[in-house]
Ligand binder design. Structure first.
Ligand code: CP
Ligand code: NVA
Length: 316
């Protein structure tokens, strides 16, 4: 794929959930991300987003998403504008619609991290430019794009992989389900009763043929897995429910001892930040079988692929 090729079918599209993309579109994004990473490391400096600007709205904290979208725009020759909720007060100081109607006059794309997923839909409905989900209460599609880049690098291909997600059926878990539907990866989720992933997301993925199983025992899920993935028990916005969650998730703390149950090539994954002593421990994240910092690195290359795909040329 030539670096300057646009993706006519992706140009101008929103990137709100992986459920909106076909298997071939997602594969194309992954291939683009791997290609961009390889070429960047070889010294190639394509400026496919020269003179383009991305607005970045953050209602919640972020290290990885904020840094890597900013760096991605810079590396592609463009520019980003950081708008924290304290500055702009989306839906408080000004309506979501009016924020969208202002931004579309200045920028070529909007990336937003929101509490409610509905805020992203409203931004997307009213903005003529693409809106990218930088995490909502329901989905984290950019994370899963980076995670699948990491799986492709680690295993050469994702064909035939068995992935275990243990913990809360949260935004990251819901995006795992959608990723499984477009990649054919076999996904086993272990969550305590009452913390299952979104049933509509699960039903939609299964209707597309996704192989997703839900169990209650996290050690059972881990057995034979090629990748064992966990995420925090208390996501941003869940803080008031912290005590109940800590009780419900007892027995779900992934330690290096669990790695003995994985397939011989099995790796450990986490999107970060980690809450050590809860869903995992420092020794697991920094273990030789951990690919956690590869995932973090790949956020940059995934975001470059996404930005290039939706912003590099005018909508068809
Ligand atoms: N994994 C992830 O989205 O990290 P941040 O919250 O730091 O952006
Ligand atoms: N589930 C976590 C992911 C953070 C990147 C949260 O929403 O806080």
């Amino acid at each position: 794929m030539a670096e300057n090729d646009a993706h006519p079918h992706l140009t101008g599209r929103d990137f709100l959930t992986l459920g909106d993309f076909s298997a071939s579109e997602f594969t194309e994004l992954l291939e683009r991300g791997l290609d961009m990473k390889r070429r960047w490391k070889a010294g190639d400096r394509p400026r496919t987003l020269e003179h383009k600007t991305l607005a970045m709205i953050f209602e919640k904290q972020s290290l990885r998403t904020r840094s890597t979208f900013d760096i991605a725009m810079f590396q592609l020759g463009g520019h980003s504008v950081l708008l924290s909720q304290n500055f702009i007060g989306v839906g408080v100081r000004e309506s979501i619609r009016d924020v969208a109607k202002n931004l579309e006059r200045w920028v070529d794309g909007v990336m937003a991290r929101t509490y409610g997923h509905g805020t992203l839909h409203e931004l997307a409905e009213h903005a003529s430019v693409p809106v990218i989900n930088g995490l909502s209460d329901r989905y984290h599609p950019c994370q899963l794009t980076a995670d699948y880049l990491t799986l492709m690098e680690t295993f050469g291909s994702v064909d035939g992989l068995r992935l275990a997600f243990v913990g809360d059926g949260n935004n990251v878990c819901n995006s795992h389900i959608q990723a499984a539907a477009v990649t054919g990866v076999s996904l086993v989720i272990a969550a305590p009763e009452g913390f299952d992933p979104d049933p509509e997301t699960l039903a939609a993925a299964r209707a597309k043929g996704a192989d997703v199983t839900i169990v209650r025992d996290p050690r059972e899920a881990a057995r034979g897995a090629d990748a064992l993935y966990t995420d925090v028990w208390i996501s941003m916005g869940d803080e008031e429910d912290a005590d109940r969650r800590r009780t419900a998730f007892r027995g779900f703390t992934v330690t290096p001892e669990w790695f003995n149950d994985l397939s011989p090539r099995g790796v450990f994954m986490h999107d970060l930040p980690a809450h050590y002593g809860e869903e995992t421990v420092e020794e697991a994240v920094h273990h030789e079988r951990s690919v956690v910092f590869d995932q973090a690195e790949n956020r940059l290359h995934a975001h470059k692929a996404i930005l290039h795909a939706v912003m590099a040329a005018e909508p068809a």
